[in-house]
Write a protein that binds this ligand. Structure first.
Ligand code: ATP
Length: 273
């Protein structure tokens, strides 16, 4: 599915917070086609999580709009919308009284009527989703007995089980060991490239944007949002400006073929000395 954000901007306002200063220095605009991956990068507090919530309508835009296949998101019925969108929030260690399998089956909710129970087919799909993220062996464990990373993988499986056409992930790799990070990145890339799912991912790892993304949206306080193809946006100059950190781009080559690029903080060199 195609997602457009057109002139989007937002501010938090409540009885306590009177300010109506926009969070983003300039309005957010981007287009993401079916099967494309957009990585959102930015320092802590730049507004990445807020942006995902605005894109999905969880926080209504104060200005601008989200279009799904050219239809204004707010006009799409709630249940139809959440069959299309899978949203994986940042993982927190939550206390659930459920097993991992039950947690994942709950992802089928948009397909199950409020008076029915999940059927054998729903459990089969849940098991397949758990296999996809590599934790089918934990199906019968209680959510309280697994690690933060394992719970994160279960939350991703819960999203996959509803067969979304758009996948929105808020720092899905943040609690995962390096092997599981690679698994998750491979799963996301496969879902996009083989199943045509459009993915938006918040990440603190520039390397993951290099590996995964077709496009990058870079945001930071008091900086205009930058949006475009990975190589155009993720330059040493832009990273320094948006993250206040000097980085050097290094190419990883094999047999004179560029396999991927990585950004290394130059400060590491002085730490080693
Ligand atoms: N519910 C809220 N009410 C008021 N302000 C909020 C609320 N949630 C977030 N903020 C503020 O909005 C700004 C952006 O927060 P957000 O969580 O979107 O940033 P982020 O880029 O996702 O950060 P991080 O990388 O640390 O997860 C921050 O200054 C934050 O303090």
């Amino acid at each position: 599915m195609k997602i457009d954000v057109v002139n989007g901007n937002f501010f938090y306002a409540s009885k306590k917070i009177k300010s109506t200063a926009f969070l983003y220095e300039q309005d957010i605009n981007f287009t993401l086609n079916s099967g494309e991956i957009l990585a959102i990068l930015g320092p802590n507090g730049a507004g990445k999580t807020t942006l995902l919530k605005c894109i999905t309508g969880l926080h209504p835009w104060k200005k601008g709009q989200t279009l799904i296949d050219d239809v204004e998101l707010t006009t799409i019925p709630y249940q139809t919308l959440w069959k299309r969108i899978g949203y994986v929030p940042q993982a927190h260690k939550m206390v659930f009284g459920f097993s991992i399998e039950e947690l994942v089956v709950m992802g089928r909710a948009p397909y199950i009527s409020s008076i029915s129970k999940p059927k054998a087919e729903d459990y089969k799909l849940a098991y397949e989703a758990l296999e996809k993220v590599g934790i089918a062996n934990l199906a019968q464990k209680s959510c309280n007995e697994v690690s933060g990373g394992e719970l994160q993988l279960a939350l991703i499986a819960r999203t996959l089980v509803s067969d979304p056409q758009i996948l929105i992930l808020d720092e899905p790799e943040s609690h995962l060991d390096i092997q599981k990070q690679v698994t998750i990145l491979q799963v996301i890339k496969r879902l996009a490239k083989e199943h045509g799912i459009s993915c938006i991912i918040n990440t603190h790892y520039p390397n993951h944007a290099f590996y995964l993304a077709d496009q990058v949206l870079m945001i930071a306080k008091n900086q205009a949002p930058l949006y475009g193809p990975v190589d155009d946006v993720m330059t040493e100059q832009n990273m320094q400006k948006y993250f206040q950190l000097e980085l050097e781009k290094i190419a990883y080559e094999s047999k004179k073929q560029l396999l991927f690029e990585t950004l290394v903080p130059t400060a590491f060199a002085t730490l080693i000395k």
